[in-house]
Design a protein around this ligand. Structure first.
Ligand code: MN
Length: 299
């Protein structure tokens, strides 16, 4: 099953191609801003979704609705350096095994068709296409063998990243820096998350192409590890890391990430609000600048 959310709080489930069923009323939802998390918080792992009578749902043509991010996670977890080829391109000595996981601000999440806003005119900002895990149940102290029971499904994600020297939680948390969507595809429909083809384009140029078979920590290990650190909640997401081919995005670019059996997410890029790095508010006001930094590798 594919699950999407509209900007006016309706929960849609796939029926056939471009046609979806509006499951909002059937699930007892009433236009909440985040209907999927509301549903998952009832504590049954989204089981009512599987019990829906799809034929009885009001039909919606997807061309007629605006989709939001499929959900608004309370915690957004990222995995640094989780593909060997990305480790090589970044000249990074460490991997996720030594670096652990990081957090992105939940306010960085945007939906399909949204616009990534570049913060700086003169500091490189990169695309990172990533398979993104969506949890359906609380996850704490799970073994890899237990971890998949907590996974609701998967969506396409972008971990947009400024290549400055600042902490990851700064460089990756700018508003609009975590596009997700367009759907959450349930785990039963995706099958083995370690056998998916991931591609990312900027315009017509293919920049990233990899298999999730090359993840250093696969989905089960990554969920297990993150649950050893954090008490994860239903609807939380884990971006699993990006393969080689990361590169800069610019004003006017269109970025698309496509993952087999999961979907295709497209966003636009704007520099309309970009400022000079040296004029970062607060830092600049103290007479401090960032000109000694480089655009060197900081994965
Ligand atoms: Mn990343």
């Amino acid at each position: 099953m594919k699950i999407a959310t509209t900007i006016d709080g309706r929960l849609l489930v796939s029926v056939d191609g471009r046609v979806a069923g509006d499951a909002t009323a059937a699930l007892g939802l009433t236009g909440e801003r985040d209907p999927l998390v509301t549903l998952l918080d009832r504590g049954d792992g989204g089981a009512p979704l599987a019990a829906l009578d799809l034929a009885a749902l009001p039909r919606v043509d997807l061309a007629d609705v605006a989709l939001a991010a499929p959900l608004r996670p309370r915690t957004v977890v990222g995995a640094p350096v989780n593909y060997r080829d990305h480790q090589v391109e970044m000249h990074e000595q460490l991997t996720v095994a030594q670096l652990g996981v990081f957090l992105k601000a939940r306010s960085s999440v945007i939906g399909p068709g949204g616009t990534v806003e570049l913060p700086y005119t003169d500091m490189r900002t990169d695309h990172e296409g990533e398979l993104t895990v969506v949890l359906g149940r609380p996850a704490r102290h799970l073994s890899p063998e237990q971890a998949m029971d907590a996974v609701l499904g998967y969506t396409c994600g972008l971990d947009i990243t400024v290549r400055s020297t600042e902490d990851r939680s700064t460089r990756k948390s700018f508003a609009t820096f975590t596009p997700l969507g367009p759907w959450v595809v349930t785990a039963d429909e995706v099958g083995d998350p370690g056998a998916l083809d991931l591609r990312l384009w900027v315009g017509d140029e293919l920049r990233q192409h990899a298999s999730t078979a090359d993840l250093i920590l696969g989905v089960a290990e990554l969920v297990s590890y993150a649950s050893h650190v954090m008490a994860l909640e239903p609807g939380d997401v884990i971006l699993t890391g990006t393969p080689a081919g990361v590169g800069p995005i610019h004003d006017g670019d269109r970025v698309a990430v496509e993952i087999s059996r999961v979907g295709r997410l497209e966003v636009e890029v704007s520099a309309a609000h970009a400022i000079d790095y040296d004029h970062r508010p607060g830092v600049w006001h103290r007479g401090l600048t960032g000109t000694t930094t480089t655009n060197g590798p900081t994965p």
